[in-house]
Design a protein around this ligand. Structure first.
Ligand code: ZN
Length: 346
């Protein structure tokens, strides 16, 4: 059975191709982090060598071994060691040695199944040399081999690689769908399911990881607290935070982008509370804090700062000087409005 939640269009396409025996030689699964790209890829690899009629059955030996990561004909390339479900954390480039090895083994007959499958996680991290090397194999694919490339940032892939793959797009899921799935399939407590379904930005994989590992939620919470402290911090403290963030950016871009997105989400929530749309907020565990912010900041300042965070994210994406971008952002942190200062004085 297919384990991916939602993604009906992608599933329908793959099911039909499997039933007709008309699978492409290479697929590109693209979509935001944690929406199920790896789950779908592993399911497809299971289906290739499944022994039952209803593929993938999930119960036969090839299906079980593929799911456990020890089928000799299924190989996952590019997943950083220790990372969960592929999408998070800092990624290293996929080097030429890994792709040469893949090329070599792809030319051999499958060991025990009918097909070989190669899942390339984070395909946008192929460097130029390895991408060109892979391209040669994609241009003349061996008949019993399936390539499944996974990418969050499709625009970073060589267009010639994209054009050799059948593109399958996966989408963020609505919070309501994730909430239900967490309770039904992962036995989450209803309150926890409600919170995680909102925090995960449509990526159910993150919510499932956070269910299993409390530290993810804790880290998120600490990160948010640090950001909120900045609203009352001196300029010197803000600049020293910008410097530490810029240093982190050099090592792990994703983590810094994640921090800025967290900030953006917070101010979006403050805006929603101010506009009496609390039912749509993300940080449902921080109701009191959101209400106090909504009282203390003017609408125009909230909107202005959200714009500033978006601009910072965009400039970082365009490789602007990270320290400069982050310092400018610190200068844009809005001040509490005078009305609220009056209230606090009283
Ligand atoms: Zn099976």
């Amino acid at each position: 059975m297919w384990h991916v939640i939602g993604q009906d269009r992608a599933l329908e396409l793959l099911r039909r191709s499997l039933d007709n025996g008309r699978l492409a030689h290479a697929y590109l699964f693209t979509g935001p982090p944690h929406v199920g790209k790896m789950t779908l890829a592993v399911n497809l690899a299971q289906a290739l060598n499944c022994e039952k009629e209803n593929r993938p059955c999930g119960e036969c030996q090839p299906c079980l071994r593929t799911a456990a990561g020890n089928h000799p004909d299924v190989q996952i390339i590019g997943r950083p060691s220790g990372a969960d479900a592929g999408d998070g954390g800092s990624k290293k480039e996929i080097g030429i040695a890994q792709i040469r090895e893949l090329q070599h083994s792809a030319a051999l007959q499958p060991y025990e199944g009918k097909y070989r499958a190669y899942i390339i996680d984070g395909a946008e991290y192929l460097n130029e040399e390895s991408a060109n090397c892979l391209l040669k194999t994609l241009e003349e694919p061996p008949p019993t081999v399936l390539f499944i490339l996974l990418a969050v940032q499709e625009n970073r892939l060589l267009p010639t690689i994209v054009s050799r793959c059948q593109r399958v797009e996966l989408f963020p899921l609505p919070a309501s769908v994730i909430e239900k799935a967490l309770v039904a399939h992962w036995q989450a407590a209803p309150e926890k399911a409600r919170l995680l379904s909102r925090l995960c930005r449509g990526g159910i994989g993150w919510a499932v990881s956070a269910l299993r590992d409390e530290s993810l939620l804790e880290a998120r919470s600490q990160n948010l607290d640090r950001l909120l402290e900045l609203t009352g911090a001196s300029l010197q403290q803000r600049f020293s935070f910008a410097a530490s963030l810029a240093a982190q950016y050099g090592k792990n871009r994703n983590a810094v982008e994640e921090t800025l997105n967290l900030w953006l989400e917070w101010w979006r929530d403050v805006l929603l509370v101010r506009e009496d749309c609390s039912q749509f907020v993300t940080n449902i565990d921080r109701e009191a804090g959101l209400r106090s912010y909504a009282e203390c900041y003017d609408l125009i300042d909230i909107r202005g700062f959200m714009e500033a965070v978006r601009a910072a994210l965009q400039q970082l994406e365009q490789n602007a000087n990270s320290r400069l971008v982050l310092e400018v952002l610190m200068l844009n942190i809005p001040a509490r409005n005078e009305r609220s200062i009056e209230v606090h004085k009283r």
